[in-house]
Design a binder for this molecule. Sequence first.
Ligand code: NAD
Ligand code: MG
Length: 396
Amino acid sequence: MKQLVILGATGSIGCSTLSVVAAHPDKFQVLALTAATAVDKLFEQCLAVKPRYAAMQDSKAAAELKFRLQQAGLTTEVLSGTAGLTALAAHQDADIVMAAIVGAAGLLPTLAAVEAGKKVLLANKEALVMSGGLFMAKVAQHGATLLPIDSEHNAIFQCLPPALQQAASQGQLAEHGISRLLLTGSGGPFLTRPLDSFAAITPAEAVAHPNWSMGQKISVDSATMMNKGLEFIEARWLFNCAPQDIQVVIHPQSIIHSMVQYSDGSVLAQLGQPDMRTPIAHALAYPQRISSPVPALDFSKLAAFTFTEPEPARYPNLYLAIDACAAGQGATTALNAANEEAVAAFLQGQLAFNRISEVNQHCLAEFAHYDAQCLDAILAVDQQSRAFARALIGKF
Ligand code: NAD
Ligand code: MG
């Protein structure tokens, strides 16, 4: 029986994780659930799985949760703040930590799980984008097992030879006959929308993804393709490769989740429904396989698969992220921070959709050459880029 901690339990990935776990009560027990402020949802989840611990980032929300759990007769211990989240991520009884907080807020709890040598299931791509080299060095130093949840990276991982899967970030793709990683993306809801109407895009339109049901931030990132840009940087670290080893391919059907191209001309792909419970089940059970509640693919009902290149004018954020990946850690940390601020402002109606990339571009130009090797420097660049982005948003 594996003991599981879910960071970001109330979100889209958190709920999908609980759905997979519910089908395997003999294999997984939930040790702890965490969330930011969503008391009602976390309370409901606690009633269902009766974890030993729960934690909320917000202390008022934690106090309310504690009161309600006691009233309901549950003995769940409630912690709060970043200290509470990191304590649970590193808890001595935890075997597996699902890192599913959104954004930079997930960095410290995810690093705590890595430093405790846990099996870490990484959904929180922003944590890796902002701290890449440091993050991967800690994985190696503390003997943590890092498994990708992002569907593309999980697909690539599944298409790697077993020796490379085991070598984690230390392996060399070329030594295993791999010439390229092909990162697929749907192109989001605005793949064919006229470019001259982008300024009028509303938050409701941007979060309505054609294939995937996800949290708000990643949905907007999918619409701008910043999500694919963050995934490009994520792939660079997870698979120890250079930017020229990765190619982004638009595949609007979202059935092929990514591919690995070998030097003999073979291409291995992982296919499945656009449902995160498949990569979650894969990583939870790895190296075994368990069932998931995802319906099997029915090839008699699949339409044609198509592939195109992403247009730079449609997806400037993707190309900013590829530039940042080549520039280094200060650049990717600054870009991630700027993007979080710009997306939040867009969702609050304070920034036009087409201005998100403008904010990102200015922050990238300002901070690209900053040093961000140690944690303090990373957090400093993150804060400075956010402040710069907020000032820009105020002027727009
Ligand atoms: P979401 O917004 O649905 O959920 C986010 C979770 O994080 C919630 O539980 C929330 O309470 C918690 N949280 C938010 N801010 C926090 C803070 N400051 N401190 C502590 N906890 C906080 O997001 P999601 O769609 O589930 O995505 C989670 C992560 O997984 C993101 O990094 C996203 O990029 C990645 N991801 C998601 C999907 C998907 O299908 N949803 C796919 C691939 C990767
Ligand atoms: Mg993805």
